[in-house]
Design a binder for this molecule. Structure first.
Ligand code: FES
Ligand code: FES
Length: 179
């Protein structure tokens, strides 16, 4: 890798070796091509199959992950550009078998049908609720407009987001009154 590609890179001829920080752990990427997308590296090199590839053009949001706290389409980001930045994928949202409140709300609201869009929508919902604890319906629609769902018609997805916002709000009120 050339010097400007990142301090963690080791030159290996046409193949590259570098380390990414994924879901709180260092993950070595070996024998890679420098132009590989983050989506490709996550799925094909690191075995993290939760992020989905559909359009691979930044249009559907199914590949959404967080890089340094920012929601990005991983199909549009070069993996090597994310060296030294924390990456969170759907696998890092909650331990297996203990879904997050957002994941549970999607299931309870019937917002999951084929499930292909769901990982991206969960990541986008997490980013939205991080930024705005009580989003309006318009805000939810705008924030999730980059995530295409071909099955649900969005009503149940919006309901799921609203459920989480309401439940977090009541938990905060309960905590306040218990003090
Ligand atoms: S696969 Fe990345 S936006 Fe569609
Ligand atoms: S549940 Fe099938 S694409 Fe969204």
């Amino acid at each position: 890798m050339s010097h400007d590609a990142g301090a963690g890179a080791v030159p290996l001829g046409f193949h590259e070796q570098y380390s990414l920080h994924v879901n709180g752990e260092p993950r070595d990427v070996l024998d890679a091509w420098i132009g590989e997308s983050l989506l490709y590296v996550l799925r094909e090199r690191l075995g993290l199959m939760g992020s989905k590839g559909a359009c691979e053009q930044g249009e559907c949001g199914s590949c959404s992950v967080l890089v340094d706290g920012e929601l990005v389409c991983s199909c549009l980001v070069m993996a090597a550009s994310a060296i030294d930045q924390p990456i969170v994928t759907i696998e890092g949202v909650a331990p297996v078998g203990s879904p997050s409140d957002v994941q549970s709300a999607f299931v309870e609201a019937g917002a999951v049908q084929c499930g292909f869009c769901t990982p991206g929508l969960i990541m986008a919902t997490n980013a939205l609720l991080e930024r705005s604890a009580t989003p309006s319906e318009l805000e939810i629609r705008e924030e999730l407009s980059g995530n295409v769902c071909r099955c649900t018609g969005y009503g149940r997805i919006i309901e799921a987001v609203q459920r989480v916002a309401i439940s977090r709000q009541s938990a905060a009120v309960d905590r306040g009154s218990a003090r």
